[in-house]
Design a protein around this ligand. Structure first.
Ligand code: NAP
Length: 266
């Protein structure tokens, strides 16, 4: 006999950084959580820690490389075969970088676009039909402050995050008469992995002023999500940067951004 289905929050990129903080915060709110990330030991470590801390809730993990074309279907099939019913989908997994466009192989950008955009769309497409059967369901997509700017030396990343923002806003409108609310999270600097920490050092004050911890970002993002808000921009400075983007003339903005981000590229 198959197990009766249980309702879960599914978080991608849940083994580190913002995704880990989102998974932990959801667990603290009493939810069952499915953690998806690369098949590395830390995914199992994070999952085991949650199981130990919240013995009355359910947790499971799937290691998969979401740059692979078949990974979203694999995630969906894993949920189906285990009777995991998802009512909150958190599309967090993403890859950042900086440097001149030609400094990376095209395969790097292919993987980055696959992870940041294609996998996010495919997972949303797979899970939405069953999410509609819940009286309330949520999609939280992780964009970035980069969603609001054209960023030299970070062009594919910022374009991919603009995509996430635009897709999230338009999907939200499409779903306004359904039980599903869509929120897009747009954080600025969050010190999560050695790469981000190094890039942040090179950026200097402009980045330091926006810094937040993954835990602060997760708490704010989930509060906005469950209030049914369209956008979550955690922190005063990131909100100010977004506003400045509307005031500063485009040419000046581009010069400032190029100067700031070339520092990360040396
Ligand atoms: N950190 C920031 O300053 C910042 C700012 C704005 C937006 N964001 C966005 O926030 C999200 C999370 O960023 P983060 O800084 O928290 O990242 P992170 O610390 O590098 O963690 C990324 C998570 O995604 C997983 N992951 C990476 N590549 C994957 C793949 N190919 N398949 C499956 N899982 C994969 C990682 O697994 P492993 O740990 O095993 O690699 C990890 O669990 C991203 O979408 C990022 O663009 C971050």
């Amino acid at each position: 006999m198959s197990n009766p289905s249980k309702v879960y929050t599914l978080v991608t990129g849940a083994s580190n950084g913002i995704g880990k903080a989102l998974a932990e915060n959801c667990a603290a709110r009493g939810f069952n959580v499915l953690l998806v990330a690369l098949p590395e030991p830390k995914l199992d470590e994070v999952t085991a820690a949650l199981k130990q801390q919240y013995p009355n809730q359910s947790f499971d993990a799937l290691g998969t490389n979401m740059m692979d074309k078949d990974s979203p279907q694999q995630i969906y099939d894993w949920c189906k075969s285990n009777n995991y019913d998802v009512d909150i989908l958190v599309n967090n997994a993403g890859l950042g970088n900086s440097g001149p466009f030609l400094s990376r192989d095209s395969s790097f950008y292919f993987g980055q676009m696959q992870l940041n955009m294609v996998a996010l769309v495919m997972l949303t497409h797979l899970f939405l039909p069953e999410m509609k059967s819940h009286s309330k369901a949520y999609v939280l997509n992780v964009g970035s402050m980069a969603s609001f700017f054209d960023i030299p030396y970070k062009g594919i990343y910022s374009a991919s995050k603009r995509f996430v923002y635009s897709f999230s806003r338009s999907l939200r409108k499409e779903l306004e008469d359904t039980s599903i609310s869509v929120t897009v999270l747009c954080p600025a600097a969050v010190l999560t992995n050695p790469d981000v920490i190094q890039r942040d050092k090179e950026m200097g004050r402009a980045s330091k002023m926006t810094q937040q911890t993954p835990e602060e970002v997760a708490e704010y993002a989930l509060n906005r999500t469950f209030r049914g808000r369209p956008v979550a921009i955690p922190g005063f400075m990131p909100k100010a940067y977004k506003a400045l983007g509307r005031i500063i003339p485009y040419k000046t903005q581009m010069r400032m951004l190029a100067n700031a981000f070339i520092k990360q590229s040396r």
